[in-house]
Design a protein around this ligand. Structure first.
Ligand code: BGC
Length: 752
């Protein structure tokens, strides 16, 4: 359950002009020696913590929906208000993965994260994070609620566009530079949603209990979080709405205490997703540090639990220590907030980044020679309302208000100039649209599909009206191109009838410019699919939303394992030039750490400059239970016609490891491994093999997964709804009845 966009704007509107409880450095220094101090972070934390009362500590562990008396404050997605008596600055939590959101204006709308992943370019990810970090800071917030590194288990998932696709390795490599760039702006990054959060419909209800085995969790759903924290250095993490194997993710000791804080040694803080908590004491004991956005569980209820001895005082100290540690490490005590909610933070450079990411992200799925548009094309017809009313972003909490939007119609008209006649028809009356398409040299049909938070898609189909338009136009114009403006895989029963298909994703505010560059060949397409496009819904590996019976066989792992031919495979994307791969070479595993050096040559054998993504997959020895090929390396190379580059990879011991469920750790066992490389998961011409002779155990030994004993789900849900009552009132009884519970009066139970 979360705020509707309407509630969000209402709440925002309720906040008056912002005042900031930032005390000047000089004033702080006298009474607050931890401010602007050069002492080590741990000492500063201890010094401050020692001065805090229980009330002051409790203030730090939950959000507040209204500003404290006598002050007003910016709301953002959530706020922990400043404590001027201790010189503790305000913590503003601002969404999200597409840029500075929460209804704020004067910001840059970036392409959707799935588009960023389609660039397969960590440098782009760094540039993307740089925009987010600068704009979140410039808005006076200091916790950036991004990125989402949830794995796309089912392409119908409403939020599949908010993450980086179906593969943990690709997701990790895109997440790490983004996080580093965000935090380079002196703020705290919050990676989300931990963990195994893969669908929307009926989320956060009693039926939302994800059942997943330990190995699948460790090999598929957790590695991107691990990379985000241990390599990216994210200073905070958000737990998710779903239950995981019987305990809510935000009250799950295995996830929070054992994996996150134990296995990975995370010393930052964990925030609940908005209204995702189910208990006070249990959540605190399970490792949750902050409740958002209110204090229902971690206010008076937590105080009572501490007083009654159900939660140790030391746990509260640990919660606050973690929050302060992240704040001191980010430098939040040493400088004023970077701006205020109405600051204009978009810049031409940020807009240029939005465009550059979009240009690198579009995936050319089909091209029978119709693209790029050349001088022979004298007229083009743009068909479909999406040419003029594009979906530049998806729905839900990631929504960002663009500072301007360049539509395809504007971008293409501008680029075409006087040399080419551009006509447009919104397709409302298909006959008129078809007549326009018939007269043009090339017809481009624009199809769009809205998806977002709160609801999953029911199928992978486009809207029937878009399908109809594609079929009608392609029947009269042999040079028909389809431009897809959507957030995830779609089926294409019309594919054989059209000559070109370009996946543009949710492309951000510079859509029209990026698209025109692509269509006219100013930029050579280099995007590759970060998720498989199935032929139909029966090919999707997931069969139910919460029982992960497909295990590790998610995305291409499923298609390869079961020898299913998808519509378009993971890693696939065409270019206006051609590439060839040669000279694979592998070193023997290093005797010190087991790592292997791999290299290969990539040559641009065509006549245009362009970029390709060299992809490297590892095949495990038979009997290890792994899918046929697992992505373990990739590199994007830009090459002039005729140019060759040597790309090099280091495969560490983890690349050859599987999760051992009896030892509860990573183990690379000796055996013969095959390495394949190429530029799509289904086009891997280079093959080499290597022998691992010693047994390696990278990473720390890990506590075993406990037998989780919690209250029955129904009881946990009731407690959850009791705490939600202020938020959902006056409709609380309606919500209870939808979810099968008796009215509140009958429940009549105090908030735990
Ligand atoms: C979403 C989070 C978001 C939060 C705050 C929740 O509904 O799941 O991703 O950060 O709201 O807006």
């Amino acid at each position: 359950m979360t705020r509707s966009p309407k509630t969000r704007s209402l709440l925002l509107a309720l906040t008056v002009a912002a005042t900031f409880a930032v005390v000047t450095g000089g004033a702080r220094a006298a009474s607050c020696p931890w401010v602007n101090s050069t002492a080590p972070v741990e000492d500063r934390v201890s010094e401050l913590l020692a001065r805090m009362t229980i009330a002051q500590k409790l203030h730090m562990v939950h959000g507040a929906l209204t500003a404290p008396a006598g002050t007003v404050g910016p709301l953002y997605g959530g706020v922990i208000y400043a404590d001027p008596s201790l010189c503790i600055p305000q913590l503003g939590f601002l969404d999200g993965p597409v840029g500075a959101g929460d209804g704020l204006n004067g910001v840059t709308q970036l392409p959707a994260p799935i588009a960023l992943a389609a660039t397969w370019d960590p440098q782009m990810s760094s540039a993307f994070g740089d925009v987010i970090g600068a704009e979140v800071d410039g808005k006076g917030a200091n916790v950036s609620l991004a990125p989402a590194v949830d794995i796309v288990r089912d392409p119908r998932a409403g939020r599949s566009f908010e993450g980086f696709g179906e593969d943990p390795y690709l997701t990790s490599r895109i997440a790490v530079p983004e996080i580093q760039a965000i935090q380079s702006h002196g703020i705290i990054d919050q990676v989300k949603h931990f963990a195994a959060y893969t669908h929307e419909t009926l989320r956060d209800t009693e039926v939302d209990n994800v059942v997943v085995d330990e190995r699948t969790l460790q090999e598929i759903y957790l590695p991107a979080f691990e990379a985000a924290l241990t390599e990216g250095g994210a200073r905070s993490i958000m737990c998710s709405y779903n239950f995981l194997n019987g305990a809510p993710a935000c009250g799950n000791s295995y996830l929070l205490n054992q994996v996150l804080k134990g296995q990975w040694g995370f010393n930052g803080f964990v925030t609940s997703d908005w209204y995702a908590m189910h208990s006070s004491g249990n959540s605190a004991k399970a490792g949750l540090d902050i409740q958002m956005p209110d204090d229902c569980y971690f206010g008076k209820a937590l105080q009572a639990a501490i007083q009654a001895g159900r939660v140790a005082q030391s746990r509260l100290d640990d919660m606050v220590r973690r929050i302060l540690r992240s704040m001191f490490s980010a430098g939040l005590f040493d400088r004023p907030l970077g701006g205020k909610p109405d600051s204009v933070v978009t810049t031409p450079a940020h807009v240029a980044t939005s465009r550059a990411v979009s240009e690198e992200s579009m995936v050319l799925l089909k091209n029978n020679g119709v693209l790029p548009l050349g001088p022979a094309t004298r007229s083009i017809a743009l068909i479909g309302a999406a040419a003029d009313g594009a979906l530049t972003g998806g729905g839900g909490s990631s929504a960002v208000n663009p500072s301007h939007v360049v539509t395809p119609l504007q971008g293409i008209t501008e680029r075409a100039g006087s040399a080419m006649k551009v006509s447009y028809d919104d397709g409302t009356v298909p006959l008129t649209a078809v007549a326009k398409a018939r007269k043009a040299d090339v017809a481009i049909v624009f199809a769009r599909l809205k998806q977002g938070e709160f609801k999953d898609r029911l199928s992978l189909e486009l809207f029937p009206s878009d399908t109809l338009l594609i079929e009608a136009v392609s029947a009269v114009n042999p040079n028909t191109i389809v431009v897809l403006n959507n957030g995830s895989a779609v089926t294409m029963p019309w594919l054989s009838r059209v000559n070109g298909v370009l996946e543009a994703w949710y492309p951000g505010q510079e859509y029209g410019h990026a698209l025109a560059s692509m269509l006219f060949g100013d930029v050579n397409p280099s995007g590759k699919l970060p998720m498989t496009f199935p032929r139909n819904e029966t090919q999707i590996p997931a069969t139910t939303p919460t029982r992960y019976t497909e295990g590790m066989f998610v995305g291409y792992r499923h298609y390869d394992q079961n020898q299913i031919t998808p519509l378009f495979p993971f890693g696939f994307g065409l270019s206006y030039t051609k590439f060839a791969f040669s000279s694979p070479a592998l070193s023997a595993p290093s005797t010190s750490d087991g790592s292997v050096e791999a290299s290969m040559n990539v040559t641009n054998t065509g006549s245009r400059a362009g970029a390709d993504v060299a992809q490297l997959y590892v095949s495990f020895p038979n009997g290890r239970g792994e899918p046929p090929d697992v992505l373990k390396g990739f590199q994007k190379v830009f090459l002039q016609p005729g140019q060759t580059a040597t790309v090099r990879f280091t495969l560490d011991a983890r690349s050859f490891s599987t999760w051992d469920t009896s030892l509860h750790r990573w183990v690379a066992a000796p055996g013969t491994f095959t390495i394949r490389a190429g530029d799509s998961s289904r086009d891997l011409p280079l093959v080499a093999s290597l022998q691992l002779t010693s047994r390696l155990t990278p990473g720390a030994p890990t506590p075993p997964a406990p037998n989780i004993t919690t209250d029955p789900l129904a009881v946990q849900m009731r407690e959850h709804l009791m705490c939600l009552k202020d938020f959902i009132a006056p409709n609380v009884n309606a919500v209870l009845s939808i979810t099968g519970f008796p009215p509140l009066e009958v429940l009549g139970r105090p908030v735990p």
